[in-house]
Design a protein around this ligand. Structure first.
Ligand SMILES: *Cc1c(COP(=O)(O)O)cnc(C)c1O
Ligand SMILES: [Zn+2]
Length: 420
């Protein structure tokens, strides 16, 4: 990995060697998340936009030169990355802005963006010869680690809150992981996973702890830039729980800037549920996220429910360094956004995915996004992950199916009522 020069603590800037065996800064413990540093001059001298365009690999690994893996690193066989990004004229018209693209991460192998991080996790685990990989998760990171591990026969142990949506738990069990349903919330699952990983020496994939997860997630940002032929959009909308995805999107922009492939970064907007709005609170009050106390999170968008966003330092910088903002939306607004997004783009998102679109609606209403602007909405996970919430969303939208006897006559009668 000659492209990696070291790992730098986000708090003190102390730099560790590229082959550092720890996860976090020694002086700052679990808060001292490390950021992977690259030798951009060396990368730029060996890798061009044309090289990338000519690369037939249609997975996230097409960006290997800016990833912390060896050029010949063996990667899992599932097709992770290169998800479609749709130019949705109906959404742009509905919002009264120039353009809306929706990037559909529901199209990943386990149906969320987390596959990008988990694919990275198993590659890094193999590098160090780990026998077992573990993670705590609200559900999607777990499903991702579970599915990708299954594809290579990697043993793994998963910690999720017992309350995780059924579809996510079904994925874990079907893929054959060792699953611990924790009596508690995500924070409790996280702490237990940390203890178990230390006790048993398991490779730890935890978000906002393992420095390489953001480096996997950032490939979503790289794809946005490549799809738009290196003309950055005005803004990118991302839902935020632990803040690792938004940090990754920001990292992609910083990478591309450092290589000279783009000349400015889009504004990055972080969207949180009102019941899990730690970052919005800190953004509004100017409080230091290093010392701000945890909140007590509660939202229908389970994937972004976090008392204390683990990757909050990177998450705050993603917004402040790009002139974006943190925006909160209510659970009702999230539910309302689900059918709006689906009907305007064909993308069926779970609540945390539609949260980004709910944030865009709010940002247009409050003037953060102007009518001449072009915006990317990162839809982070499939609606099939949480069908119960989808049914709530359509009920709230007043959508009801016809119930008909199987005769043309009965159908005609129902259609004439015109309720649907
Ligand atoms: C994990 C997740 C998020 C939030 O990502 P963070 O890195 O925790 O901020 C958003 N949406 C979905 C669907 C997720 O699974
Ligand atoms: Zn430090």
């Amino acid at each position: 990995m000659k492209n990696v020069t070291g790992l730098t603590c986000v708090i003190c800037d102390k730099t560790y060697p590229a082959d550092y065996a720890g996860y976090v800064c020694i002086d700052h413990g679990n808060e001292g998340i490390l950021d992977v540093q690259y030798d951009y001059d060396a990368i730029a001298s060996e890798w061009t936009k044309e090289d990338l365009a000519a690369n037939p690999d249609r997975t996230m690994w097409r960006y290997k030169p800016v990833m912390p893996v060896a050029p010949d690193a063996e990667v899992p066989p599932l097709t992770v990355g290169c998800t479609p990004m749709y130019d949705s004229a109906p959404l742009a018209t509905a919002l009264g802005i120039a353009r809306v693209w929706v990037k559909d991460e529901g199209r990943q192998p386990t149906a969320s963006l987390k596959d990008r991080a988990s694919a990275m996790a198993v590659v890094k685990a193999r590098e160090v010869g780990a026998e077992v990989v573990t993670t705590a998760s609200t559900g999607n990171a777990a499903a991702a680690l579970s599915g990708i591990s299954a594809s290579i026969g990697q043993k793994n142990v998963i910690f999720v809150p017992k309350s995780a949506p059924e579809a996510k738990i079904a994925q874990l069990l079907t893929y054959g992981s060792t699953v611990a349903l924790v009596n508690g919330n995500y924070g409790d699952a996280f702490e237990l996973c940390m203890l178990a990983a230390a006790e048993y020496g398991w490779y730890n994939r935890n978000t906002g702890y393992n420095p390489y997860m953001t480096e996997g997630k950032k490939t979503a940002g790289w794809e946005i830039l490549e799809d738009l032929d290196w003309n950055p959009p005005d803004a990118i909308f991302v839902s935020v729980g632990d803040g690792s995805i938004i940090g990754g999107v920001h990292k992609a922009m910083k990478d591309a800037l450092a290589l000279g492939w783009i000349d400015h970064s889009p504004r990055i907007y972080g969207i949180q549920a009102a019941g899990s709005d730690y970052m919005v609170q800190a953004f509004e009050s100017g409080e230091d996220v290093l010392t701000k106390a945890p909140i007590s999170a509660d939202t229908i968008a389970d994937s972004i429910s976090a008392d204390l966003p683990r990757d909050r330092i990177k998450a705050m910088r993603a917004v402040t360094e790009t002139n974006g903002a943190y925006v909160r939306v209510s659970d009702d607004e999230i539910l309302a956004a689900m059918p709006l997004l689906a009907r305007g783009s064909g993308v069926f998102a779970e609540p945390a995915g539609a949260t980004a679109y709910a944030g865009l609606i709010k940002a247009v209403a409050t003037g953060l996004v102007k009518e001449n602007e072009e915006v990317v909405v990162l839809s982070t996970g499939s609606g099939l992950k949480d069908v119960a919430s989808a049914m709530k969303a359509v009920a709230a939208a007043g959508t009801t199916p016809m119930v008909v006897d199987p005769t043309l006559e009965a159908l005609k009668q129902e259609l004439e009522k015109g309720t649907n």
